[in-house]
Design a protein around this ligand. Structure first.
Ligand SMILES: [Fe+2]
Ligand SMILES: [Fe+2]
Length: 327
């Protein structure tokens, strides 16, 4: 069995844990033969009942608040910008797309599962009749075209911390949209968002397990990477969303809608950090160097500090009118 040097490089660590990941990957992915697809959830134009189904989808969509529609569109754009995330992650140290190593296999399979999210949500938006599809499509094109910097560079440690957080955040957002859709009587949208949320939860488990493995063999470097990502703050892709015509500060308007509804709030951000600290048992990580000890202390104190700020944050009541929504 190969062993690692005392101060292993990122590439050594990735190769080392890659061997375990190979057998683990199937625990975090569903077989394609069994996975749900958009066509099972939404009516097909070839269905004999298509016209009636469409009418019912459009009637149901009228039940939702403006804020819920805004959040749903922004969530969909985030999902549709998947090529941005795949190209970013394919460049990580230890991911070798030309030799299709185990990390690249994970990335391809993860992308293939994620790709269904944008497909299904986009199709719902098209059918529901409340969306200006051109405005929505242009926003997606902007995000893919301009790319998005998550602040983690090509470092796998920082990126896996980022994706652990991001998958949990999308789980929360889709899960809550599913709950609100159900309360509004829209079982179809609720089911769709619930299935997407379940995928996100499974993916979060995978990324958290990768970080856990890194922590076991390169704790000090992982701790420094975690501190760095928290100091930079986790940037959501939605923070880069633009509209045709270039409305400024679009994210803060969208974020207000999410906060007003309670779909994703500043307190959720704090809770996600708490969840990561506890899942990785950061408090009890030992054998750190001095800078690693300091990083751990910073991380352990972070939720209390951020909670104080989050408690003061009050979303504005003013509803911003997005170009994506017709009515
Ligand atoms: Fe997704
Ligand atoms: Fe995801």
């Amino acid at each position: 069995m190969s062993t690692l040097s005392l101060t292993p490089s990122r590439i050594e660590v990735m190769n080392f844990i890659g061997k375990d990941i190979e057998s683990d990957i199937t625990n975090y992915l569903n077989p394609i033969e069994e996975n749900w697809q958009a066509s099972e959830l939404l009516p097909l134009t070839s269905d004999a009942t298509f016209v009636e189904d469409l009418k019912s989808i459009q009637e149901m969509a009228q039940n939702h608040s403006y804020d819920l529609m805004a959040v749903l569109v922004a969530d969909t754009i985030t999902e549709e910008a998947l090529p941005t995330y795949e190209t970013w992650l394919a460049g990580l140290t230890g991911v070798d797309q030309y030799n299709n190593n185990v990390w690249m296999k994970w990335l391809r399979s993860w992308t293939a599962e994620e790709n269904r999210h944008g497909d299904a949500l986009n199709r719902y938006l098209y059918l529901c009749g409340r969306i200006d599809m051109r405005a929505f499509e242009a926003s997606t094109q902007y995000l893919i075209s301009e790319g998005f910097d998550n602040g983690a560079g090509s470092d796998p440690y920082r990126n896996f911390i980022y994706t652990s957080f991001q998958e949990m955040a999308t789980n929360i957002s889709h899960r809550r949209v599913a709950t609100f859709a159900k309360q509004d009587g829209n079982n179809l949208l609720s089911k769709l968002c619930g299935l997407v949320a379940a995928d996100e939860a499974r993916h979060a488990k995978a990324y958290k397990s990768f970080v856990k493995r890194i922590l076991e063999i390169d704790a000090n470097e992982l701790m420094l990477a975690f501190e760095d990502m928290m100091r930079k703050k986790i940037v959501m892709p939605a923070q880069c969303i633009k509209e045709l015509g270039g409305t400024t500060n679009l994210y803060s308007n969208f974020s207000m809608a999410a906060q007003r509804l309670g779909v994703y709030t500043s307190m959720d951000y704090v809770d996600l950090i708490k969840n990561l600290l506890s899942d990785w048992d950061i408090e009890n990580v030992r054998n750190l160097q001095e800078n690693g000890e300091k990083a751990r202390d910073f991380l352990m104190n972070l939720p209390i500090r951020l909670a104080r700020i989050a408690e003061r944050a009050k979303p504005s009541d003013e509803v911003f009118r997005f170009s994506w929504i017709r009515a």
